[in-house]
Write a new protein. Structure first.
Length: 61
């Protein structure tokens, strides 16, 4: 799986480039995002971040 991590509105997201699916990361869980408006907002208004930053944001460090 190729992964891209994004941060938007204090939420960390993972985009799976193989499946073309967006997930919200929350602790050790991931929730698939199916809402087209949310997908669009994340795509247009978020910044790509590194895997390390994403993991730190999830852990709350």
């Amino acid at each position: 799986m190729a992964e891209l991590f994004f941060h938007h509105d204090a939420i960390t997201y993972l985009f799976d480039t193989n499946l073309f699916k967006l997930y919200r990361l929350d602790g050790n869980q991931s929730v698939e995002i199916n809402n087209p408006e949310t997908k669009r907002n994340v795509r247009l208004n978020s910044a790509e971040i590194s895997r390390e930053k994403a993991l730190k944001a999830i852990e709350g460090c």
